[in-house]
Design a protein around this ligand. Structure first.
Ligand SMILES: Nc1ncnc2c1ncn2[C@@H]1O[C@H](COP(=O)(O)OP(=O)(O)OP(=O)(O)O)[C@@H](O)[C@H]1O
Ligand SMILES: [Mg+2]
Length: 452
């Protein structure tokens, strides 16, 4: 979506709280619209992001959105778009942020397809530096992708939408949550995550900048998520044989399935990318360094060696690994389901609405075994082509992908071999090609006390 700093459309949206005067629409994403506006109080141009009209997020989601936005507002780094303010437009929360004159990395990639090694490494390093700052503040981006990276007219790199993905994720606003191409394995399986999930997503972005395509693609979100969890990425050399070995190994390390096998944090990754750019001729391009490369030197953080290695982060990482191992055990079951259904054509602008009204009932399912029967109302989007079913033992997760239900009209799922006298929570997401809807639920199931 174009975001060149030029207003593309007039709008009738009134000024928020009398302070922000809307000038026009900058761009529209799956969940939100971004407007260019004037902050009358401070007399400056800003960008305002608001959930799309017609969406009615529940109060809990709004509170979460505001909390996350406030956390993002605490970040102050040249590689991160500054969040100035959060507010409410009626029931819809909005975020006021720095106006970036430039274009998303996605547009550069649409145009140039593959970037020079130096430029790709410099952009990735800038992103990693922004991520490192956020990680240190306990904020995981969760939705890192080329659309959320702006390249400014004067050669800077700015990462957008820090930490708000999870908040949006919890809103029942029937919107797609972005593409599956950039999800980490732990995200694909609904596990808790830490900064190393962003390191993986950045690895995908770097791979794409070099290869001209992300490592895993497919018509169905499920197929792409499955590849993130189980498949080795195709070697970069397949698409670009001349990628220098050190850069290739950086990408490979970012894309490891287990968070513990990746760079320990974004700061370590930034440092490695910086080292790559400063080493000998075999690691550099035949092309001259880009403006982006040059500008990065100016605002590099002072201590790139600092790390964020809290015990909490390590614990979350261990969770992710354990969960991943569990899901991997089920791989044999999933593969046939993945391949049985032909891709469904998708219209990008159409909203992917989630399954609604999820209900679940626990019952006996054998000798000391129980089952849960799930039913939901089908997504009203014609483009929906199936559902993912997630389960957790607690309402707040971690949720793990336990089932794949192909077909929009298929609205039932039975979860077998559960413990008796236990509580389970379920959530469902609609899929369409590589897109995922918001989550439904959660819905709770109690299994019987005793089963024969
Ligand atoms: N601070 C900003 N300054 C200028 N343009 C912006 C700013 N924030 C977002 N945009 C532009 O507004 C458009 C919509 O952004 P939004 O984050 O809603 O969606 P997206 O990231 O493009 O897609 P998705 O909804 O799939 O995440 C994008 O084209 C983005 O480049
Ligand atoms: Mg965005």
């Amino acid at each position: 979506m174009a975001s060149t700093g030029t207003v593309t459309e007039q709008t009738t949206i009134p000024s928020w709280g009398g302070r922000y005067e809307i000038i026009g629409l900058l761009g529209r994403g799956g969940t939100a619209e971004v407007f260019e506006a004037t902050d009358r109080l401070l007399g400056r141009r800003i960008a305002v992001k608001v959930l799309r009209e017609g969406t009615t997020p529940d109060p809990q989601a709004v509170a979460q959105f505001r909390r996350e936005a406030r956390a993002a507002a605490s970040l102050n780094h040249p590689k991160i778009v500054t969040v100035h303010d959060v507010g409410m437009d009626g029931e819809r929360p909005f975020i006021v942020m720095e106006l970036v004159h430039g274009e998303p990395l996605s547009e550069l990639l649409d145009r140039e397809v593959r970037l020079t090694f130096g430029r790709a490494a410099a952009i990735a390093q800038a992103i990693a530096e922004g991520l490192a700052c956020a990680h240190q503040a306990g904020i995981v981006h969760r939705d890192l992708k080329p659309k959320n990276v702006m390249l400014t007219a004067n050669g800077l790199v700015k990462v957008l939408d820090f930490g708000i993905a999870q908040a949006l994720d919890r809103t029942p606003v029937d919107e797609p949550l972005g593409t599956a191409e950039y999800l980490s394995p732990e995200q694909a399986t609904g596990l808790p995550l830490d900064g190393r999930s962003d390191v993986y997503s950045l690895g995908v972005v770097l791979y794409e900048m070099l290869a001209g395509r992300p490592p895993f693609t497919g018509e169905r979100a499920l197929a792409v998520m499955h590849q993130h969890v189980y498949d080795d990425p195709p070697p970069l050399a397949e698409f670009r044989p001349d990628v220098p070995a050190p850069l290739r190994s950086i990408v490979d390390r970012c894309l490891r399935k287990q968070p513990g096998a990746r760079f320990r944090d974004a700061r370590a990754l930034a440092l490695e990318l910086r080292r790559f750019q400063s080493v000998g001729p075999e690691a550099t391009d035949p092309l001259p360094p880009t403006r982006v490369t040059d500008s990065l030197e100016a605002d590099r953080p002072e201590d790139p060696r600092g790390t964020d290695h809290s015990p909490r982060a390590r614990m979350i990482g261990a969770w992710a690994v354990a969960g991943l191992a569990l899901v991997m055990a089920g791989a044999g079951l999933l593969i046939p389901l993945m391949t049985r259904h032909p891709p469904v054509a998708q219209a990008r602008p159409e909203i992917l609405r989630p399954a609604m009204a999820l209900q679940v009932r626990g019952a006996c399912g054998g000798f000391f075994k129980a089952r849960a029967s799930l039913a939901w109302r089908a997504s009203t989007s014609r483009i929906a082509d199936g559902y993912l079913v997630y389960r957790s033992r607690t309402p707040n997760g971690p949720y793990q992908t336990i089932g794949i239900v192909p077909g929009r009209a298929a609205i039932r799922y039975v979860d077998e071999r559960l413990d008796v006298n236990a509580t389970y929570y379920y959530r469902v997401r609609a899929t369409s090609g590589s897109r995922l809807s918001a989550f439904s639920g959660p819905a709770r199931a109690e299994t019987p006390f005793f089963c024969l």
